[in-house]
Design a protein around this ligand. Structure first.
Ligand code: PLP
Length: 398
C-alpha cells in the first residue's frame, strides 16, 4: 500500500533547524524557530511549572484514563482566565471548555466540530496566517479563504480592507482571528479596531474563531483577552482555541483547550457532546500531566502570582528586544526604516527581505530564517544582535 508514496520535502522550519544544527559557524543565529528564548538562548522551564510538577508528583494517585473533557480544574480555570469570572456568557451557562493536546489540537477539534455542525461552512483567515492553519483546516475538509490583513509596503495593518472584507461575510462563515502576537506578522488590531470587528461580527452573523497561542505575551493576560471578551459579549456563537505552550513554556507537554460559546445552555451541552464524540474518534482521551500542572498553578494564589510575574519577564524581554533592535538598526546607518519592529508585538516580525537576501544571510553569515524573512525576535541577545545588524546591512548593500 505504500508503494506510491514518495518522501515529502521537510517542513521549512524543521529543515531550517536541521541545517542550523549542522552549521559549525560559532556565530550562527537561529531566527526561524518558534519558541521563546532567554538571554542565554535557552528555553527554560518556568519556576512555577517546576514547583507545580513537584506538587503533582507528591499528590497524584492514579494514571487511569481521564474522561473525555480532560482535567476539570484546568478547563474551569482556562475558561475563567480567558473570559473573566464576570463573563455574562459564563454566567448564562453558554460556555464549555474541553482540554486538547496543545493549541493545534484545539484547532483540529474546532475543524472537526465545524464539519459536523455545518459541513458547507467556509473559513476565512488573515493574509498571511500561521502556515499550519493553511494545512490543518483544509486537511480536515474545511474550505479556506483569506481576508486582507498585512500591508508589506508599510508593515502595518490593512484595517480598512479587512473591514470591507469582513462586511462581505455572513452566517455560515467562520472568521479566524489571532487574539494577540499575530504569527507571522506581529500586528494586532488596537482596542478600538477590535470593537469595530466585534460589531461587524454581530451585525453580519458570521462565527468568530479566535486562536490564542500567545496570551500574555503582547500586553498582559487580561489585555490580550480583549478580542475574546468583546466577541463573547456580542456574538451568540464562538470558537476559541487556546494554548499553554508559550505562556507556560510547556511546549512538549501539549496543553491546550477548545472553548465554545453557544446560543444557550442546552446548545452548549450539545456542542460539548459533539466535541467529545469527535475527540473519541480521534485520540480517544486527552493527556493529563500538562493540564494538571496548569490546574495547580491557576488554583494556587502564590503559583499564579509567580506565573504572572514569569510571563511578564518573557513579555518585557520580547518588547525590550523589539525596541533595542529597531533603535540599533536606525543608529547603524541602514537607511531602510525598521521602526515597525518596535510597534509590533509577540515573537514574530517580517523583515521585508527578498528570498535572495534571506539566503545570503544564511550562506554568508550563518543566520537562519525562513524564506518569508519572518524572524523570531526572542532569538536575539547581547551576543548576536550587533552581528545580525552588520549582516543585515551587508545584504541590504547599505
Ligand atoms: C498562531 C498559532 N496558533 C497555534 C499554535 C499552536 O500551538 P501548540 O504548540 O500549543 O499546538 C501556534 C504555535 O506556534 C501558533 O503560532
Amino acid at each position: 500500500m505504500f508503494e506510491h508514496l514518495d518522501a515529502l520535502p521537510p517542513d521549512p522550519i524543521l529543515g531550517l533547524i536541521a541545517a542550523y544544527a549542522a552549521d559549525p559557524n560559532p556565530k550562527k543565529i537561529d531566527l526561524g524557530i518558534g519558541v521563546y528564548r532567554d538571554e542565554f538562548g535557552a528555553t527554560p522551564m518556568l519556576d512555577c511549572v517546576v514547583e507545580a510538577e513537584k506538587i503533582l508528583l507528591d499528590t497524584q494517585t492514579t494514571k487511569t484514563y481521564l474522561g473525555p473533557p480532560g482535567v476539570a480544574g484546568f478547563n474551569q480555570a482556562i475558561t475563567e482566565l480567558i473570559l473573566g469570572k464576570d463573563s455574562n456568557a459564563l454566567r448564562q451557562g453558554r460556555v464549555r471548555t474541553v482540554q486538547t493536546p496543545g493549541g493545534t489540537g484545539a484547532l483540529r477539534v474546532a475543524a472537526d466540530l465545524i464539519k459536523v455542525a455545518k459541513p458547507e461552512s467556509e473559513l476565512w483567515a488573515s493574509d498571511p496566517t500561521w502556515a499550519n492553519h493553511l494545512a490543518l483546516f483544509p486537511g480536515a475538509g474545511v474550505s479556506m479563504h483569506s481576508y486582507p490583513y498585512f500591508d508589506a509596503e508599510s508593515s502595518s495593518l490593512r484595517f480598512d480592507d479587512m473591514v470591507d472584507a469582513l462586511q462581505q461575510r455572513g452566517p455560515g462563515d467562520v472568521v479566524l482571528f489571532h487574539a494577540c502576537c499575530h504569527n507571522p506578522c506581529g500586528i494586532s488590531p488596537n482596542p478600538e479596531q477590535w470593537q469595530i470587528i466585534a460589531d461587524i461580527a454581530c451585525v453580519q452573523g458570521f462565527t468568530p474563531m479566535v486562536d490564542m497561542a500567545y496570551m500574555g505575551l503582547e500586553r498582559g493576560v487580561e489585555e490580550d483577552c480583549l478580542a475574546l471578551r468583546l466577541f463573547s459579549e456580542q456574538c451568540p456563537e464562538l470558537i476559541f482555541a487556546s494554548s499553554c505552550s508559550k505562556n507556560f513554556a510547556m511546549y512538549r507537554e501539549r496543553v491546550g483547550a477548545i472553548t465554545i460559546v453557544a446560543q444557550d445552555e442546552e446548545k452548549a451541552a450539545a456542542v460539548e457532546s459533539v466535541i467529545h464524540n469527535v475527540t473519541r474518534k480521534n485520540y480517544s482521551m486527552p493527556p493529563a500531566h500538562g493540564p494538571a500542572v496548569v490546574d495547580i498553578i491557576l488554583h494556587s494564589d502564590d503559583l499564579r502570582a509567580q506565573w504572572i510575574s514569569e510571563l511578564g519577564v518573557m513579555r518585557d524581554r520580547i518588547n525590550g528586544l523589539r525596541k533595542e533592535l529597531s533603535e540599533k538598526i536606525a543608529a547603524s546607518g541602514i537607511q531602510r526604516d525598521f521602526s515597525f519592529i518596535a510597534r509590533q508585538s509577540g515573537m514574530f516580525s517580517f523583515m521585508g527581505l527578498t528570498v535572495e537576501q534571506v539566503h545570503r544571510l544564511r550562506d554568508e553569515f550563518a543566520i537562519y530564517t525562513v524564506n518569508s524573512s519572518r524572524v523570531n525576535v526572542a532569538s536575539f541577545n547581547d551576543n548576536n544582535m550587533d552581528y545580525f545588524i552588520e549582516a543585515l546591512a551587508r545584504v541590504l548593500d547599505e
